[in-house]
Design a protein around this ligand. Structure first.
Ligand SMILES: [Zn+2]
Length: 626
């Protein structure tokens, strides 16, 4: 028994985003970001019960009138194709799914004889005209993400084997959930989501109590609980269905379109996608409210779902929507448009004097990137030694960055687009595009810093923060990621999850405090776990440890043994390690031992300037970039 969607309290933004997507799939899906236990997955799964009926064929691809597979097309041409009403479904893509399971498989022998029957449909086939749900979407394999992006862009899934290619429509509403603590989403994938909601735990005590009461009631007797909400569920489902059916009749005035364009431009949003999606979402909202015309309020209401993740913000600042500002921009734009029209009417003959409304190209100046001059450091021999250990496991595969006309591995998305651009459905030889893979590997650098209370902790912190910002300055170009783990009191925490975004880092670092004991082993373990996930995503893992090494808290037993064992594990994982020993006098702590066991580099912090520290780390990551 599914928890009733209408019984979810206090998460109105999340619910609204899901409902609007069900009404208008062209919004492009929704990403729900938030900590564990904020009810994201529950809400997505609960949505299933209020999804509308849609008209689809009974083929295995769930074809709609807008896009049909070959078989449906053939039936349609003979007048034999029947569409029936079926409830929209939620199809889950598990992280463990293989590429074959996602795209489907083609039996070459059978394909020659029997055509379509040789195709074993995958998740992308099931997802057509349904919701494709990915929990922990940020942990999805890069390879699968590439496929998803290709398919989402073209609306078609193409499967190829030995020159035979087969395709079917795959138009899904992408719904993802993620915990930002566990790493960020690739920018291309983030951009694909029409809406993003940051889901926060409810702070109002009254609402929290209500949540507990309801969840308890549900777990004691799900059926009785569901029964209580059934009429409300039915009403909502009907309302979504009606809104979906009247969507085509909803109109938007030129003034509002103009105002949205101006809003996006003033917020420094570069692509037109934001404008288009905001209008689509506003139309869905108007329909949901039973209106056939979009109002300014509709735009305001959806802007907080469609715009924040696309806004350019100042370096080191989290993008934020200022509602008063939005309201005034929209209202001014509408007023201007109305005045313009009045003017046009009154003096149609007077040319050239229309109040030209040129939207100022708002937004911030681009952040200067990668201009720093590096001090040349003499440690290349040490790096060579570390590199030698690592090189074998880096592998040759590289990342798919672009396509060209000849090569070995076919770039499916680009090939399909080439065919479609000629008006052909099945790609021929001339449409084939091949992947260009960059051989350089991006790095993921975890800065592990000792945040225990001591005289030197503030300087360590400042150094670590400075290092992170410097590394992030050109991370966008280099596709590197940087994260920070801090340890203090009795545990370690991920302060900055792996990111390429200076804004996110700045926000997280601002909240950091120091104090307490030195749980070094816990810190090492956390950093290793983080870097192992990064390795699975194809990044070269680099661990930068800043500590005096004077550990005084264990995880569960002997401090020395724990540190040694985790260091050995780090060495086995071939994580490149640099230790900056912050001990002021002779090295009394474990810093040197860690660098020896991990086979990493070792420096005395005292002897290095901030510039040199950055130089060391930068040179290591650069040694893997070509
Ligand atoms: Zn079909």
């Amino acid at each position: 028994m599914i928890y009733p969607f209408t019984a979810i309290v206090g998460q109105e933004k999340m619910k609204k985003a899901l409902i609007l997507n069900a009404i208008n799939p062209k919004i492009g899906g929704v990403l729900l970001r938030g900590d564990k236990g904020t009810g994201k997955s529950t809400a997505v799964r609960a949505l299933a019960d209020v999804l509308p009926e849609i008209e689809v064929s009974d083929c295995i691809f769930n074809c709609s009138k807008e896009a049909m597979c070959d078989e449906c097309r053939e039936k349609a041409s003979k007048g034999e194709l029947v569409f029936t009403k079926r409830r929209m479904r939620i199809v889950e893509l598990p992280l463990s799914a293989t590429e074959d399971r996602v795209v489907g498989t083609l039996d070459f022998e059978r394909a020659l004889k029997e055509g379509i029957k040789a195709f074993q449909p995958g998740i992308l086939a099931e997802a057509n005209n349904n919701i494709l749900y990915i929990d922990e979407v940020n942990l999805l394999d890069d390879h699968i993400v590439d496929t998803l992006l290709d398919v989402a862009a073209s609306g078609w899934n193409v499967i190829e084997r030995e020159g035979i290619s087969f395709r079917h429509p795959s138009r899904f509403i992408l719904v993802g959930t993620m915990n930002p603590e566990e790493g960020e989403l690739r920018p291309q994938l983030l951009d694909r989501f029409g809406m993003v909601v940051d889901v926060k735990a409810i702070s109002d005590p009254g609402l929290r109590a209500e949540v507990i009461k309801r969840v308890e009631e549900f777990s004691e007797n799900p059926e009785a609980f569901y029964k209580k909400f059934k009429p409300e569920q039915e009403r909502l489902r009907k309302r979504i269905e009606i809104a979906r059916n009247m969507l085509n009749e909803v109109t938007v005035s030129d003034e509002i379109v103009h105002a949205v364009a101006k809003l996006c431009s003033e917020l420094g949003i570069e692509t037109h996608r934001a404008d288009i999606i905001t209008i689509r979402a506003a139309k869905a909202l108007a329909a949901f409210k039973g209106r056939k015309e979009v109002s300014l309020e509709d735009v305001m209401e959806v802007a907080e779902l469609t715009l924040p993740h696309r806004m350019k913000s100042k370096p080191f600042e989290e993008p934020k929507l200022d509602f008063d500002k939005i309201e005034s921009i929209l209202k001014n734009a509408i007023q201007e448009a109305e005045e313009e029209r009045e003017e046009e009417k009154r003096e149609e003959s007077r040319a050239g004097e229309d109040a030209e409304i040129t939207a100022k190209s708002g937004g911030e100046k681009k952040h200067e990137i990668g201009k720093t001059l590096l001090p040349k450091l003499d440690f290349s021999s040490k790096i060579e030694a570390v590199k030698g250990k690592r090189v074998k496991s880096v592998g040759k595969s590289g990342r798919y960055v672009d396509f060209r006309l000849s090569g070995e591995e076919i770039a499916i998305g680009a090939t399909v687009r080439a065919a479609l651009s000629r008006g052909v459905r099945i790609p021929e030889e001339r449409d084939f595009r091949y992947k260009i893979c960059s051989s350089r590997s991006a790095s993921s650098i975890t800065v592990l810093v000792d945040a225990s209370s001591s005289m030197a902790s503030l300087r360590r912190m400042e150094l670590a923060k400075g290092l992170i910002f410097r590394l992030l300055q050109d991370a966008y170009i280099r596709k590197d990621r940087v994260s920070m783990v801090a340890f203090k009191n009795s545990s370690a925490e991920v302060v900055v999850p792996p990111t390429s975004s200076p804004q996110l880092a700045a926000k997280r670092l601002a909240e950091l405090t120091t104090g307490g004991k030195t749980p070094l082993a816990a810190g090492l373990l956390k950093a290793r776990d983080l870097l192992r996930i990064e390795m699975r995503k194809g990044y070269v893992p680099i661990l930068v440890l800043i500590t005096d090494g004077r550990a005084n808290v264990s995880i569960s037993g002997d401090i020395k043994r724990e540190i040694e064992r985790i260091s050995e594990a780090i060495a086995r994982d071939k994580i490149l390690t640099v230790v900056f020993d912050a001990d002021d006098f002779v090295s009394l702590g474990y810093a040197r031992e860690i660098s020896e066991i991990t086979g990493g580099l070792y420096y005395r912090l005292k002897e290095l300037s901030e510039e040199k520290i950055f130089g060391v780390v930068d040179e290591i990551r650069r040694s893997f970039s070509s």
